[in-house]
Ligand binder design. Structure first.
Ligand code: SF4
Length: 195
């Protein structure tokens, strides 16, 4: 049977396929019981079962393909279940040049995702327009949707994409289950014209 492995960084993975179990959240334990904050437990489950939606439009998408393939193996993070159905995904990964004409499509995909949702902007083009400082290219996807983590590079290597993904995991794991109902979050969405 294939050994179960969770959340092992390439640097930590060893060639013996040893089993590594993710750390339990802070809490109280005794004989036969363990208690913890609901937010921590939900965060632990969410961060290790992220379902990405790859919105890949150009070269950065190729780096993402390498990230998902056997050598870098995004599946080690519980994120191998990729889909192009926004309602089933909770992480929008934007990788590549986004033309202004494509902006409404990207925004619609974001709007179709259910809460809680996160956004990872991969590479210079998605984050700032990159080298394409032209009339036709969106100068950063954060002009139309909120972004949680930016990955620099043109293109970023798979290690950088994994690093960005792990930063998303940190955010997901630490997020309060009440954050999406907070006034601060509603204000953020309102600044993008999203109700
Ligand atoms: S950041 Fe560089 S590698 Fe990525 S899509 Fe833009 S031009 Fe291509």
């Amino acid at each position: 049977m294939r050994p179960v492995r969770f959340n092992i960084h390439p640097k930590e993975a060893n060639i013996n396929n040893s089993i590594s179990v993710t750390e339990a959240p802070d809490g109280y334990s005794g004989e036969g019981f363990f208690t913890a904050k609901l937010s921590d437990v939900v965060g632990l489950a969410r961060k290790n079962s992220i379902w990405p939606l790859p919105f890949a439009t150009s070269c950065c998408g190729i780096e993402f393909m390498a990230t998902a393939a056997a050598h870098y193996d995004l599946g080690r993070f519980g994120a191998e279940r990729m889909a192009f159905t926004p309602r089933q995904c909770d992480l929008l990964m934007v990788m590549g040049t986004i033309a202004k004409k494509m902006g409404p499509v990207l925004r619609q995909v974001y709007l179709q995702m259910a809460e809680p949702r996160w956004v990872l902007s991969v590479g210079a083009c998605a984050s700032s327009g990159g080298i394409f400082d032209t009339y036709s290219v969106l100068q950063g996807i954060d002009q139309i949707i909120p972004v949680d983590v930016y990955v620099p590079g043109c293109p970023p290597r798979p290690e950088a994409i994994l690093d960005g993904f792990m930063k998303i995991q940190d955010l997901v794991g630490q997020e309060s289950i009440r954050r999406r109902n907070s006034e601060q979050y509603k204000t953020l969405l309102a600044s993008y014209g999203i109700q």
